[in-house]
Design a protein around this ligand. Structure first.
Ligand code: G1P
Length: 295
């Protein structure tokens, strides 16, 4: 499989749910254990074979750009001290991939952010990865989506079953089964429906493999939910008419996903990921057991 596609990471949101932490820093830079959320996403792209990543940035671009740049003074100091472990932590981010930045300008929604990648992406299939959703490295999703996109010449969206009470937080898909257990045909999509109006409990999680035809559709997509240009609406247009760019398929993800989109989920994700780590997990677990009876 040739996964030499580009990835686009929209990171221009205002991060209002995390104020004041996000006053001078994009929410994608919030640490999850000891790495900024966006670094997990970049690492996921790299492990799917992607080495060209465009980050769509907003007003707080510098922290992001600096994170993926070299920090020569710090590298020098750690080298002198012989602290090679910390040195590798510092250099890891800058050595991962070619990372490019473009500003979104007006924050007019996810669809608008994706449209800003048009020049960089050109006339090729590309991935979109949202920093609010972290996918466990042990449960690869993106490479499966790229494979499905290539073999079926399709647009591919990642779907996950959620509790019906949560569906209003996501794009929701109306689907039909295919001959593969983890692949469905998407018949319709609706952005953040109420539980009553939702056609299913299959939520779009933040991974997409898109064909370049999406750009023309996005150009013509009027503002939708929340007055924003919604990627979900553009995908719904594609799903409605296979003639435009072939089918829109969903890959159903049944692995481990960590949501960092709001404060409570962010805290839970940080704890889960720390519990899984050899250097932190055992002591953290002991402490949690210790305090649990007092809660
Ligand atoms: C965006 C999309 C939504 C999708 C979600 C996944 O919403 O608009 O369709 O389900 O990401 O995280 P947001 O969470 O940015 O409001």
């Amino acid at each position: 499989m040739d996964a030499r596609i580009k990835a686009v990471i929209p990171a221009a949101g205002l991060g209002t749910r995390f104020l004041p932490a996000t006053k001078a820093m994009p929410k994608e830079m919030l640490p999850v254990v000891d790495k900024p959320a966006i670094q997990y996403v970049v690492e996921e792209a790299v492990s799917a074979g992607i080495d060209d990543i465009l980050v769509i940035v907003g007003r707080n671009k510098n922290a992001l750009a600096n994170h993926f740049d070299r920090v020569l003074e710090l590298e020098h100091t750690l080298e002198q001290k012989g602290d090679h472990k910390k040195l590798s932590h510092v250099t890891a981010a800058s050595a991962l991939a070619d990372i490019f930045f473009v500003r979104q300008g007006d924050p007019k929604g996810l669809g608008h952010a994706v449209l800003r990648s048009r020049k960089h992406v050109g006339d090729e299939t590309f991935a979109v990865m949202l920093g609010d959703d972290l996918i466990d490295a042990r449960d690869p999703l993106l490479s499966r989506m790229v494979e499905v996109s290539q073999t079926r010449s399709a647009t591919v969206v990642a779907l996950m079953e959620v509790d019906p009470s949560q569906i209003h937080l996501y794009g929701c898909a109306d689907v039909e089964a295919t001959d593969e257990d983890d692949v469905v045909t998407i018949k319709a999509l609706v952005e953040k429906p109420s539980a009553d109006d939702a056609p299913s409990n299959l939520a779009i999680i933040g991974r997409y493999v898109l064909k370049p035809e999406i750009f023309d559709i996005l150009e013509q997509t009027p503002p939708g939910k929340g007055g924003e240009i919604q990627l979900t609406d553009a995908l719904a247009t594609l799903a409605d008419d296979e003639q435009i760019a072939g089918p829109v398929l969903g890959v159903i993800f049944r692995g481990r996903r960590y949501d960092t989109g709001d404060r409570l989920d962010y805290l839970k994700s940080s704890l889960q990921l720390a519990l899984d780590r050899d250097d932190l997990g055992p002591e953290l677990a002991a402490w949690i057991r210790d305090i649990a009876p007092t809660l």
